[in-house]
Design a protein around this ligand. Sequence first.
Ligand SMILES: [Zn+2]
Length: 388
Amino acid sequence: MELLWLLLPIAAASGWWAAQRSPMGRNSAVVRNADYFKGLNYLIDDQPDQAIEVFTRMADVDRDTAEIHLALGNLFRRRGEVDRAIHIHGSLITRTHLTTDQRQRAMLELGEDYLRAGLFDRAEELFQKLLAQPDHTILALSRLIHIFQQEKDWRQAIAHSDRLERISGESKRRQTAHFCCELAEEANARHQDDEARTWLLDALARDPNCTRANLLLGRSAMRAGDYRAAITAFQAVERQDRGYLPEVITPLGQCHNALGCLNEWIAYLREVQERDHGGRITDALAEWLLRQEGEEVALQFLERELREYPTLLGLRRLVEIKLARGQGAEYADLRALHCISTQMLNSAARYRCDHCGFVVKSLHWCCPGCLQWSTIKPLPDLVMKTNA
Ligand SMILES: [Zn+2]
């Protein structure tokens, strides 16, 4: 109840102010003050239901008490008591003596209550009504976009985001590109490849840095057996944002393998490795060097690389190659090292949100923590850069 205490000065001042302004004379002011003190007493006695009842009844008298009800309702919502907030804001908008501004603010707050309660259809109805009110259009649009995302109604989310962008002047292209990608994934699930491709090109037109669109284009080309197109799309992902390289390394290797152009693949890995010494690129390059050029070349590469850029994935690859040589004096130690590094890699978080720090094991395009798009990225492998 300690938060409710904060409302007491507002309630008392509002009661006094209402009494001063009352056109009904001294008697009604006395009655109102009595009601206020009754309401305040209920609050003090930790009986919010009765307090709300008294304050709600007072809203029938005139519009001056509306501010208290708005504040009370917001307070309950912040405390997580959404049913009470809905009751207060809901009863407020049925009153006849409110100003237009008060009624619209009560509708906004009730919409927020419904959102918090997960009653999206009721929230949507209120925010749709508020769209036509210039003072509330931007907020109503942003809340409707949130609702359409929750309901996975991506077409409406795009249309309302475009409208919000026009009105506010703030770019919404990163998120609308993702909405197009969502529609592309739905089309892919229905095997409508042409429709999916149209949505992905739309996504890239909206946001040329949309890595997800190129990733999906690459996967789609791979499914169709067009490995050259898939390589182009996957390599574009690395150019757009090097942080997503771990997502494309494996399919890129598969495409080059299918085309039988492994020398081209190793040349590409070496080129990328000049700007990225992360564990995954080191691991991939060692794996393909082992296949193409043999054990000695792969080991020499790993020993040289790990001395300057120690990574857990690189270390495990080195141990694996040495283990494959067979039973030597160090075999038991190598087995233990392999086991420990594998356990560490399996238990490590693989992705983190750049915006809020949320950590997850699989890639989410929309962060579950902060609801931002494209902020969750693969974590680099444990790299301990030495100063030596
Ligand atoms: Zn986040």
